[in-house]
Design a binder for this molecule. Sequence first.
Ligand code: ATP
Ligand code: RIB
Length: 311
Amino acid sequence: MSETIVVIGSANVDFVMQVEHLPRRGESVPSSRFTQLFGGKGANQAVAAARAGGDVTFVGCVGDDVFGGMMKDNLLAAGVNVDHVAAEQGAESGAALIMVDHVGGNILSVASGANRRVTPDMIRPMSSVIANASLVMLQNEIPIVSAYAAVDISSEFGTPVMLNLAPAGPFEPKHLPKLAYLVVNETEAESLCGFAVDGDAKVAGAAEWMRARGVGTAIITLGAQGAYIDGPEFCGVIPAFPVSPVDTTAAGDTFCGALAAALVEGMPLERAARFASAAAALCVTRLGAQASIPQRAEIEALLAGRRVPGV
Ligand code: ATP
Ligand code: RIB
């Protein structure tokens, strides 16, 4: 088995507007700045894992428009293997419209575009890539049936899977026991478990619900409150690092990617989660998704209490 992390997921081009406050329905708000950046939960997690030190292969689809080539080049520049990224004829690249307010909060809308073409038929020929990987990472921005196909192949070959069920959406319970790691935020946990996940007891209850259904390690991210982890090795809260947020976009993606890299290199779960928490904290101090994802040296500096520019 290689040390490779295989990320199967979405790649988007993000159109980002910085605004003083997020608009109400019907309201037009002026923007101080427009920026076009690279995003998509799958691609973000691939970049986060690579910058954190992982050997990463990304499997996905981009459009045959101008953005498709740019997204591939950007992944390559981050050190991600793009041999299994298809440029789909006649498809537009995935795109997200994002508004970010002055305290780092956001609203966003995603048009899947070429990400819809990541079908089970595209995943099945990836069997040997999956079989040779140390970890497969999935999110919920490709058709869920494709995620199920990847989960089944991984399970057949004994490759652990980390699923970030984001954005929230239905997930067949029969696949839960095939997940080594399930990462969700509170909203996603509510949607999966079917009960309100507010307050410490409910968060712990939701993680217990996931583990009772076969998930190896359940992780519920809590924004500035950190992340609750329930696994065989560790159970408790990993606090967030105190920072002044500029843009929280991709905090969850950075957490997942850095966590994956740390686990694959053999860090125990609690230490790996602290590493992920440091990476995610750095991400929220900067604008954009992939543009904000830190390099390993910055993560280590923050963990060691050294000064990191911008924090
Ligand atoms: P997103 O959808 O924006 O990527 P998310 O909702 O999936 O994020 P969050 O729970 O908001 O995920 O954040 C993931 C992790 O990022 C948290 O567990 C925490 O470690 C870190 N984080 C998020 N917000 C902050 C913050 N304001 N300050 C420090 N760390 C943060
Ligand atoms: O998690 C952040 C990402 O969600 C953005 O980069 C955007 O593209 C959407 O996929």
